[in-house]
Design a protein around this ligand. Structure first.
Ligand code: NAG
Ligand code: NAG
Length: 473
């Protein structure tokens, strides 16, 4: 292998791994079928706008001679698309097939012959066995949103039948050919562009994909596609970035997504896989923004608790505190020292966080005198759930481990503070955290999308959301 080829290979591998998605979305055939129902209504509306131009001319009709004719005001009175199907074409896109479609039109005819004879009336026209086959391609636009386009289309007209009201019967034969030809012409010229219009009209909806979704004052999550959508025989798969960023400051997380694949399920319309990477990038953002720190004061501890945040309570475990700082209230600062790590195992979402707890005595002039700093290793388990269009969570304490980092009040047994710290975590820190987690973060969404019959499962390295969707308006 030449150096050149090796370089290309290395680059290719680098690019391929850099674009691992944090979020995967799979649209199943069931989802596509729902899309077909919505799409057909729009195609039907479009086709109703077909205009059949007026037809007029002169023709020699033996034995009458020259006949001037015109057909005008042809209007669609009924249009039916009783049968349609969408099929996935692996590697390519979607095939839309409409068959047995019919159109009924009403119009006026008028003739003039033998110089002075004029006649007129109306007619009804039925077009049956109309077939439309269109191939749609699905791609990623420059903003990482999906776009669809009609790349090929064929429309064929089955039979045309016409019924005249008024007039002599020879007129029928005169008009039949003109109408048949003009109609086929008009339909074949207009149907495919109208179908392409209807398909293009999906794009403004697809453009509503929240490629950058605001979470709160600190974070936003990016849902742009990192590669073109792929079409297999049973689904359309989208690979989304799924990375949290500090609002305005897009610093990449110092870790990258690991590859994962969604299970071959297809009972629901839509599946979304949210990787541990996505959630960990959130932890990175919040930690970096300094959002993972909390001052705890005595008023945050329930009145009923005998344990208070003051030097008297702490003095019973560390006598030096009550000796040097008698009768003072205290304050604790809990903060993470590095980005917490979230791991997903089947039915198990766990977060490990390394924190410090700094204890202060509050002097009468409000100065904080540091008493000691503890290392706090915690493990919390998370319940994850869907709330509206958001993923939310709640955590509970698994275990904690305290060690001494620095003491300003001499040596003491850290173990003796276990109960106090555990109480502080359980009644203050975790409930506060859960208030934030309950707000959740937004899922990728298009337009006024609603999730129904949604289920969430935690699997290895990702959460799987299986759901049906509904578009309202
Ligand atoms: C959940 O996973 C964590 C770490 O991945 C592990 O320490 C813990 O024991 C697991 N819990 C259960 C209930 O399996
Ligand atoms: C506040 O009070 C403490 C203890 O009495 C003292 O050491 C400190 O200098 C005072 N600070 C200010 C800003 O007055």
């Amino acid at each position: 292998m030449s150096l050149h080829c090796q370089l290309i290979l290395v680059l290719f591998i680098a690019v391929a791994s850099a674009t691992n998605p944090g979020v995967k979305v799979k649209l199943t055939e069931k989802g596509l079928e729902y899309g077909r129902q919505l799409g057909m209504a729009s195609i039907q509306q479009k086709l109703k706008t077909i205009k059949v131009p007026d037809i007029s001319g002169k023709e020699r009709v033996p034995p009458i001679g020259k006949v001037e004719y015109s057909l005008s005001h042809m209007q669609i009175v009924k249009l039916g698309l009783p049968k349609s199907a969408v099929d996935l074409v692996p590697g390519t896109g979607i095939k839309l097939s409409i068959s047995n479609a019919y159109i009924s039109l009403h119009g006026n005819w008028r003739v003039k012959y033998l110089r002075i004879i004029k006649d007129s009336g109306s007619f009804d026209l039925n077009v049956n066995g109309l077939t439309i086959t269109s191939s749609l391609a699905i791609k990623s636009d420059e903003t990482g949103r999906p776009t669809v386009s009609s790349v090929s289309c064929v429309a064929t007209v089955g039979s045309v039948s016409i019924k005249f009201h008024g007039g002599a019967s020879w007129l029928y034969n005169l008009f039949k050919n003109f109408i048949d030809k003009a109609l086929r012409n008009a339909l074949q010229k207009q149907i495919c562009p109208l179908v392409a219009d209807a398909v293009n009209e999906l794009n403004p909806h697809l453009k509503t994909l929240n490629v950058l979704a605001k979470v709160d004052q600190y974070a936003e999550i990016e849902y742009s596609m990192v590669s073109s959508p792929t079409v297999s025989k049973s689904s359309i798969d989208l690979n989304l970035k799924g990375e949290f960023y500090n609002i305005g400051k897009h610093q990449e997380a110092p870790f990258s997504p690991t590859a994962f694949s969604l299970p071959p399920q297809n009972d629901d319309m839509l599946y979304m896989g949210m990787s541990a990477y996505s959630v960990n990038s959130a932890a990175f953002v919040y930690n970096k923004a300094g959002a993972l720190s909390l001052y705890i004061t005595d008023d945050m501890i329930p009145q009923s608790s005998p344990i208070r945040l003051n030097t008297r309570t702490f003095g019973t475990f560390i006598p030096e505190i009550s000796k040097r700082f008698p009768g003072l209230m205290m304050k604790l600062l809990v903060q993470t020292v590095k980005t917490p790590v979230i791991t997903f195992q089947p039915n198990n979402a766990t977060t490990q966080a390394s924190c410090t707890v700094t204890a202060y005595a509050i002097q009468p002039n409000s100065t904080l005198s540091p008493l000691f700093i503890l290392n706090l290793e915690t493990s919390v388990s998370a319940q994850v759930f869907i709330s509206g269009m958001r993923v939310a969570g709640a955590v509970s304490l698994n275990k904690m481990d305290l060690t001494l980092r620095t003491s300003y009040v001499g040596e003491f047994k850290v173990r003796s503070l276990d109960n106090i710290l555990q109480m502080v975590l359980k009644v203050v820190v975790i409930p506060k955290l859960n208030v934030q987690l309950a707000k959740g973060y937004p899922l990728p969404a298009i337009g006024k999308m609603k999730l129904v019959k949604t289920q969430l499962k935690v699997l290895k390295d990702y959460m799987l959301i299986g759901t049906d969707v509904q578009f309202t308006g």
